[in-house]
Design a protein. Structure first.
Length: 145
């Protein structure tokens, strides 16, 4: 798994970085959409903020994956986008769901590969930490007297 994870990370990062940039610079032609998918995309565009927000998130998270920095954070940022890409294709364009399934599989694989980083987020008994308490999962820092 240690050899596959970097490949999956770079592939996923490349997809989101490139398609995120395409949202701003339109260097890849987009095929025309049928009525329902087109109406959905039109509604997102009509808000005036949703596409720039989604595409900026894709660019930043894609770059984080490509650089191998803050990978768990990038996966958290991309999770709702991946879920919506998958739902969009399964519901509105079921014959074109292949790439969305691949993106979902890559995301789930990387979430599993980085599962130790999500331990605190998935703690059902998590509680706030008082300012004087050491934070759980923090790296030990030697204290000076």
């Amino acid at each position: 798994m240690t050899r596959i994870a970097p490949i999956a990370r770079i592939l996923l990062g490349l997809v989101f970085f490139v398609f995120g940039l395409n949202g701003f610079f339109h260097f890849l032609p987009m095929p025309p959409l049928a009525e329902r998918p087109g109406a959905f995309m039109g509604a997102l565009a009509a808000t005036g903020y949703m596409f720039p927000l989604i595409k900026a998130t894709e660019v930043v998270a894609g770059l984080m994956l490509l650089l191998g920095r803050f990978v768990p954070l990038a996966l958290i940022l991309l999770a709702p986008i991946v879920v919506n890409i998958l739902a969009f294709h399964l519901v509105l364009t079921p014959g074109e769901a292949g790439m969305s399934i691949v993106l979902t599989a890559l995301t789930l694989f990387l979430a599993w590969a980085y599962r130790a980083s999500f331990r605190g987020v998935l703690d059902p008994s998590a509680r706030p930490v008082a300012a004087s308490e050491p934070t759980p999962h923090a790296h030990a820092v030697p204290q000076r007297a």
